[in-house]
Design a protein around this ligand. Structure first.
Ligand code: NAP
Length: 318
């Protein structure tokens, strides 16, 4: 088969479409004939040499795919050849075929094309597990989403809105503010012009900036608030005023999905299928697709992501 190989750490040009060995189908695995994958910020870090795939996962980039089941390994009863599926991966999505534990495989939500479904697993599992399972966002509470125009952010805004929350998002331009309002955000803060911590209060914050926003996030939390950090785009080391935290009884969580064991991913995936897929099927949450790029030209898709002009997901289609 062919896959995108990272020939050396570096810029987008190090991504090359090569002939590579077929994946091995172990017991418990599902082999997927890939229709599409999608680009995530983590793929850029992997390309640059800062984020190795977890041990035992494919060396090729790609945290999510959609496609058709080609074959199932021993002991798999949940899926069969011919099923239309999408999957959360530890890696290996930028390829013609990928083998993945059945626990990480999901049916394609009703009404979606295969390419549309490729950009959902990573955002849906990240947002559902962090905002709802860890952050316990409830109907009527306020969610602050940093990077509301990102692949993760566009999903978080829609899902929290569909489940009855007041949603605030930060973005870096007026054009993106407009798009995020169209997706349902009640308030948008342009982080280049204003300090969100001076303007808003939230019960749950989904943060991708880490150190740079830690103090502001604690300031913006209401009493009993929950901060969930999933990205470190603004650095990893910061001081925190514990006094401000204990007075408001706030909690700070920091999590990553990719390195979780298969069984934990399976719990999240099943919960997403039960709680999120019906909302996607009903049209309350839609995939936000910025561009479709041929998979063999993944370098071009990475240039697009690096430019930061996208809103939502960049898909890699076969
Ligand atoms: N922990 C996990 O399990 C997990 C899983 C998936 C993703 N993530 C993280 O989630 C983040 C988003 O991922 P993605 O793939 O959706 O990336 P993406 O589409 O490339 O989005 C990056 C976002 O960062 C925003 N941003 C940059 N500087 C900002 C600032 N100072 N304040 C607020 N927002 C700022 C950008 O906003 P503008 O474009 O508006 O400037 C953009 O929307 C990444 O940090 C990624 O590593 C974590």
């Amino acid at each position: 088969m062919r896959a995108i190989e990272i020939t050396e750490p570096g810029g987008p040009r190090v991504l090359e479409w090569h002939e590579v060995p077929e994946p091995r189908v172990e017991p418990g695995d599902v082999l997927i004939d890939v229709a599409a994958s999608a680009v995530n910020r983590a793929d850029v870090l992997q390309r640059q040499g800062f984020y190795d795939p977890p041990p035992g996962t494919s060396p090729y980039p790609g945290l999510e795919v959609s496609g058709v089941v080609a074959e199932v390994g021993a002991d798999v009863e949940q899926f069969k050849a011919g099923d239309r599926v999408c999957a959360l991966l530890g890696g290996g999505g930028y390829a013609e075929r990928v083998a993945v534990p059945w626990q990480q495989v999901m049916p394609v939500p009703d009404g979606l094309t295969l390419p549309e479904a490729a950009g959902l697993p990573e955002a849906a599992c990240t947002v559902w597990s962090n905002v709802f399972m860890v952050g316990r966002l409830r109907r009527g509470e306020t969610l602050l989403v940093h990077g509301g125009a990102s692949g993760i952010g566009t999903f978080a805004v829609q899902l929290a809105k569909a489940l009855g929350s007041y949603v605030i998002a930060t973005v870096g331009s007026e054009a993106k503010a407009q798009r995020v309002r169209e997706l349902g955000a009640d308030e948008v803060v342009n982080y280049r012009e204003e300090d969100f911590a001076d303007k808003v209060k939230a019960d749950v914050i989904l943060d991708i900036m880490g150190a740079k926003y830690l103090a502001g996030n604690v300031r913006a939390l209401r009493t009993g608030g929950r901060l969930v950090i999933i990205g470190l785009q603004g650095g990893r080391k910061a001081e925190i005023d514990l006094g401000a935290m204990l007075a408001k009884r706030v909690t700070v969580h920091a999590t990553t999905l990719r390195s979780r064991p298969v069984d934990e991913k399976g719990v999240i995936v099943r919960s997403v299928v039960d709680n999120v897929w019906p909302l996607v099927g009903a049209g309350a949450v839609r995939p936000v697709v910025y561009a479709e790029v041929p998979m063999s030209e993944a370098a071009e898709a990475h240039r697009m992501l690096d430019s930061g002009e996208h809103v939502g997901k960049i898909l890699l289609v076969r």
